[in-house]
Design a protein around this ligand. Structure first.
Ligand SMILES: [Zn+2]
Length: 166
């Protein structure tokens, strides 16, 4: 359970993190604050790239930082997102899947709505029927053996350089 004081603190920490955003292209400065199961809070901000498509969202930066600082078993109790543009910014689709890797349907999501209104929902509401790691195990067990093999070219077509005399 995340009480009101903690929710407010997470929103504030996300806004503070947004001040470090590297967003020279969009000028959309976003911050995220994760409350982990162990009680720790980890923040992140968006980091853009001149190629555009290599931009990292604040939530993804925060998740990567949380794993680096607290290890691979982290679980997300709550996630707050904020921006310095007085705009609505719910987590994007890619971030929802990123959060689903370490959260569950009950993970609390705090984000700004229209006009900066303090909105809250759950990860399950934002991303129903998320793709889960458990699906990989199910898929591996049910697939036929020949489907487990990748479509590798025949060996006779191996690199001709390998038979070249030196
Ligand atoms: Zn995103």
């Amino acid at each position: 359970m995340v009480n009101e004081a903690d929710r407010s603190r997470l929103r504030d920490l996300a806004a503070t993190a947004a001040e470090h955003a590297y967003a020279p292209y969009s000028r959309f400065r976003v911050g995220a604050a994760l409350l982990l199961d162990n009680g720790a809070v980890v923040t992140g901000c968006n980091v853009e790239n001149c190629s555009y498509r290599l931009t990292s969202c604040a939530e993804q930066v925060a998740v990567a930082r949380a794993v680096a600082e607290h290890g691979p078993t982290i679980r997300l109790r709550a996630v707050a997102v904020a921006n310095l543009n007085s705009a609505a910014s719910a987590p994007c689709g890619a971030c929802r899947q990123t959060l689903a890797e370490f959260g569950d349907d009950a993970t609390l999501i705090l984000y700004p709505g229209e006009g900066g209104a303090a909105m809250e929902t759950t990860l399950g509401e934002l991303l129903p029927s998320a793709f889960r790691a458990a699906f990989l195990e199910t898929g591996t067990k049910s697939s036929r053996p020949e489907q487990d093999v990748c479509q590798v070219p025949p060996r006779s077509r191996a690199d001709p350089g390998a038979t070249k005399k030196r």
